[in-house]
Structures are given as C-alpha cells and as structure tokens.
Design a protein around this ligand. Structure first.
Ligand code: C6P
Length: 410
C-alpha cells in the first residue's frame, strides 16, 4: 500500500550518491534526467555484488556460478514482466536500449510484413531513434513514411492522425513522451485507432517509464521500447516488450550463439522466445541491476512522486512567467516534467555552459529531434528535465542562475 512506500524527497535523495557533490564549486543541481537518470545505491551495489560474487555466463555452464547467474538473469526478466504487466516473461526481450529495440522491430516484423506502397506512420516530434529506422525500412521495402503534424503548443494533431490512417497503414510508431517538448501523447487512443485499420503499433517509451507505471496490456500496444538508463538502471541495457504472437512470427534480428536450437551447414533452427532475439552473451549484470532499480521504484510511492514532478514543472512555469525573455517550447496541456525553453537574444549552448558553471546540469541543443526543432524554426533549446529526486529549491536555483546568465550575456 502507498502508506508504507517512500515519498520523502530528502530520504530519497540520500539513496543517490552522485547527487551529493559539488560541480564547479557549487552544489550539483542535476536537471538532465531526460538524458539519463542517476542510479540509487542499490543499483550500484547490484552491479558490484554480481561481479564480486557470481560473474559467469548464462544458459551455458554446467557449474554453480553459471546456474546462479542464469537464475538471477531470468528472475530479472520476470521482475520486468511484472513491472510492465506483460502477460508472459517471454515477451520481454533484453536489448541495448530504446534505439536497438526500435531497430529490431523495424528490421524484423516491419521489414517482413510491409511491401511497396504500404504506409508507416510516425509523428513530427519523434527522437531520431524513432525516425531513422523507419526511413531505412521504407528504403528497403518501398513503403511510405507518413508524419503526424505537431501543433504550435507541441501537442499532436490528433485529427490529422485519424485522417492519415487507412487500409494502407501497416505500422504506427509514436513516442509516449517527447524528449524535446515533454508532450504526453494519447497513446491509448492512437493504438486503438491504429488497430481499427489493422495496423500494428510501437510506442517509444524512453521518456515515459521514469514518470509513471506502464501497463502494456492496458495500453494494448504491440511493442513498447525503452532504455534502462532512463529508468534509474544501468546504461547498455534496454527492453523491447512485444506481444508473444507477433514475436513468435518474426524472423530473428541477429544471428549467433544463444538464439539457436541447432546449427548445421544445411539448416539452422532458431531458439524459442525470448532467446531468439538475444544473440550472443547478454548484458547479465545490466539486467540484474535493472531488476534492482525496479525493486527500488516499487518501494516508492510513485503516484505521490508523479504529483511532486507536476509541482516542479508548475513552479518552473510560474517562474518563467515572471522572467523576461523566456520562450517556452512545448506547452501542451498534457506534459511530463520536461521544461524546454530559450532565452531571447542568447544561444542555448552559451546558456548551458554558464548554467554548468553554477553547478546546474541541463541539456542544450536539438535533443536528437531535429525535425521538431525545424518546425519551431530554432536551432535547439535549453532543457531542464526533472525527476522525483529534484526539489522545488533546485527549480528556484535554476531561475536564479538564469538571471545571472542574462546579466552576463545580454
Ligand atoms: N534521449 C535525451 O537526452 P537510447 O539512446 O537508445 O537510450 O534512447 C534513445 C531515445 C529514444 N527515444 C526517446 C524519446 C529518447 O528521449 C531517447 C534518448 C536522450 O533526450 C538522449 S538523445
């Protein structure tokens, strides 16, 4: 029950060692959680303990450590399955990250199911990881890429989406939360409408998973992709959720060890799910540490913490309204705690450098979402992306620092 779950921000901050340091002589204010989240001590310990006590290869060894490593690795998959409310652990494929998860689907299900003249729909606010793989598969198959326009407030033009859908639509791949704008897209509706025309769907959940619990069965998405490192877990470990029926029907992505049942020069047969998609030695420590991150998240009151994140964003909006020369990029009603902005008369990179000198870590630039930057006719933004361990004081510190930046640059 939420009563026993942790929601005290100072207690939670104590779990994250990296937050307690000075950068450039100032207390670190880490507001770059959209790029990667920090790791709680339990995740760091899980990696160290695994290498200290258990390190072995999985699914291969006839010895105790290998059995233990295999058990921990597969338990981690079950932890992830439950976290996402997937029907079966076989529907959880470990990948290197969101990027690999999306490329996997593009080169397997999509490449083998679309033909010339079929259509793939994405949106105008996608990260390059959810653009380029579809352009590649369109080149390979002759399929056409259709793009849902983005409105001036950074929300999706939903009516335009409905008009794009037709019996030619074979696949719809849309971001859950935009990394550049913070927009929270109505993915349930998008998925439902795609299914009505017989299309399959992939949701890029890279920026959503850190904010709310995701229930893939309730969403009814066919695929859901994200990276562990944006969910308080390690880098180099990602997840592809896919419906069992689709995964079973898909050809493998990469060939090698682990993904086979039998190999001969005449004929190779492929392994069952999920191993069919996990060629080579996997990121064993990464999966185990990811499970530690999920156990940690399960100990928190995530509903209360999501409200806290809303309060951080509301404070940033309030302070922005009191600050001359701030232009917000992405003001959709439904947003995650991503605060993208410009300061009139300055370049985002200069602002980022001067904020860093004051201990404040933000991301500046196009955020790997060049098309949406083009739409707003800007080279990039300054992006403060908040998570639950950020405080209202840190938002205030950002705005105090912005005043200093303005004095220096304007
Ligand atoms: N966005 C950001 O600062 P990888 O690199 O595979 O872990 O994640 C790619 C990716 C895909 N989709 C979305 C919506 C994303 O935000 C990202 C990563 C980081 O915004 C780094 S560019």
């Amino acid at each position: 029950m939420s009563d026993s779950k942790k929601m005290d921000i100072e207690q939670i901050r104590a779990d994250f060692p990296v937050l307690h340091q000075e950068v450039n002589g100032k207390p670190l204010v880490y507001l770059d959680n959209g790029a990667t989240t920090q790791k709680p001590q339990v995740v760091i310990d899980a990696i160290a303990n695994y290498y200290r006590t258990t390190n072995s290869n999985v699914h291969r060894g006839a010895h105790t450590l290998s059995d233990q490593a295999t058990q921990m690795f597969e338990d981690a998959r079950t932890t992830m399955q439950k976290f996402l409310n997937a029907a079966k652990s076989e529907e959880i494929i470990w990948t290197r990250g969101t990027t690999e998860s999306i490329n996997l689907v593009a080169q397997t299900w999509v490449r083998s199911n679309v033909k010339a003249g079929d259509e793939i729909i994405i949106s105008g606010m996608e990260h390059h990881s959810n653009i380029v793989p579809w352009q590649m598969v369109c080149e390979q198959t002759g399929a056409l890429l259709k793009v849902i326009p983005v409105l001036d407030d950074g929300s999706l033009d939903y009516d335009a989406y409905l008009k794009l859908l037709s019996d030619k639509t074979k696949f719809v791949a849309v971001v859950h939360v935009s990394n550049a704008l913070g927009t929270l897209n109505p993915v349930e509706d998008i998925i439902r409408e795609a299914h009505k025309v017989g299309a399959k769907t992939l949701i890029d959940g890279a920026q959503a998973v850190a904010h709310w619990d995701i229930d893939v069965q309730a969403l009814d998405c066919d695929f859901y992709a994200f990276s562990g490192h944006k969910l308080f877990g390690p880098t180099g470990l990602g997840v592809l959720y896919g419906k069992e029926e689709l995964l079973n029907a898909m050809p493998p992505y990469q060939g090698g060890g682990e993904m086979i049942l039998h190999v001969s020069f005449e004929k190779t047969t492929y392994n069952v799910l999920p191993y069919k998609f996990e060629a080579g030695t996997p990121n064993i420590a990464g999966a185990i540490a990811m499970a530690a991150a999920i156990d940690y998240l399960n100990s928190l009151d995530r509903v209360a913490l999501a409200k806290h994140e809303d309060a951080l964003l509301a404070r940033a909006n309030e302070l922005a309204a009191q600050t001359d020369g701030i232009r917000l990029i992405g003001t959709s009603k439904n947003k995650a705690s991503v605060f993208s902005f410009l300061i009139e008369g300055t370049h985002p990179h200069d602002v980022g450098t001067l904020l860093d000198q004051q201990g404040i870590a933000v991301r500046t630039g196009h955020h790997c979402a060049m098309p949406v930057m083009d739409q707003f006719e800007i080279p990039g933004t300054i992006r403060a992306s908040f998570t639950f361990y950020n405080t209202l004081d840190e938002v205030d510190a950002l705005f105090k620092a912005i005043e200093k930046v303005k004095m220096f640059l304007l």
